[in-house]
Write a protein that binds this ligand. Sequence first.
Ligand SMILES: [Zn+2]
Length: 330
Amino acid sequence: MFRLARITIFLAVILLFMLPLVFGQVHKAVSGAGWQWPAHTDGITYIPVCWENPTGWATETNLVKNKIASTWQSVANVNFYGWGACNAASKGIRILITDTRSNSGIGKFMDGSKNGMELNFTFKNFSPGCQAENRRPSCITTVALHEFGHALGLIHEQDRADSTCKTEQSTSSGGLLLTAYDPDSVMNYCNPRWINDGVLSALDIVGIQKLYGARRAASPGRVTVVDSLNIASGQTWEHIIMEFGSNKIRRDFALNTTTKSVRQSWTFGGSGKYCYKLWSNTLYTNGKYYEGYGEGCWTLEAGKNYTVEIQFNKGTGQKAFDIVLVAPRS
Ligand SMILES: [Zn+2]
């Protein structure tokens, strides 16, 4: 790898080859520059991923997707998305499943390249040591970890000029060094643990965060709803149940002439669409009893606190009230 991001124009697609410890050494790497993919205006780098030939590989493609989500994507401000079948116009990282030495293009230069990455799922021809069913899944995910390092713009660590491991070096090239030399990198052929046992090293994390920024924790938001007894209109008792969010958490509002107002809050994770339902029973001083129902959805932003008012409209269905939660205000 190289942890390299360089300003020169990339002239050719350079495929970096790997798995030296399993398959012997092939060093085609280096002298290519890795270059990170551009960030969106929200600061996050979105990279589409698709499979050229996914049919029949549901288990394996999911293994790869989950591995990348739990490694590179969990530490850097990068979102890989899509992961469906490629079409002729697909952009981003296009992965061919093929029984060969796994390899990948580098960073943004592979954007939209047909077969821009090749991953081996069978190991029938190449790396038969990974063929056994008890080894195959970890071989698939471990190799994918390395190849996605290339896809993010990293090249081989052992090829740095200051590498202390010369035995695995191919032509050394310049570039942007993101960290001190890292013998534990998943991008280092000299690491005695093959691809660092499929775990990012501490400096792998520092390096990728320099290129893309550290992943921000999803800041929780909160929705607060207040229900107050309308004594002026003759309400003496009210019970509301409200359900909110994908996990459908229910909270109660139990009001009477002693407890005239109740406030309930729900937290939510990231930005997105959240839905609610609520049911009400209300008793009036004249002994009349009414039921109400309402439901709806809001688009909420992470990290914001919203307050919401409950509004009762005359019912159009079998309930006396149609309950509307007026749009939340942050
Ligand atoms: Zn490599």
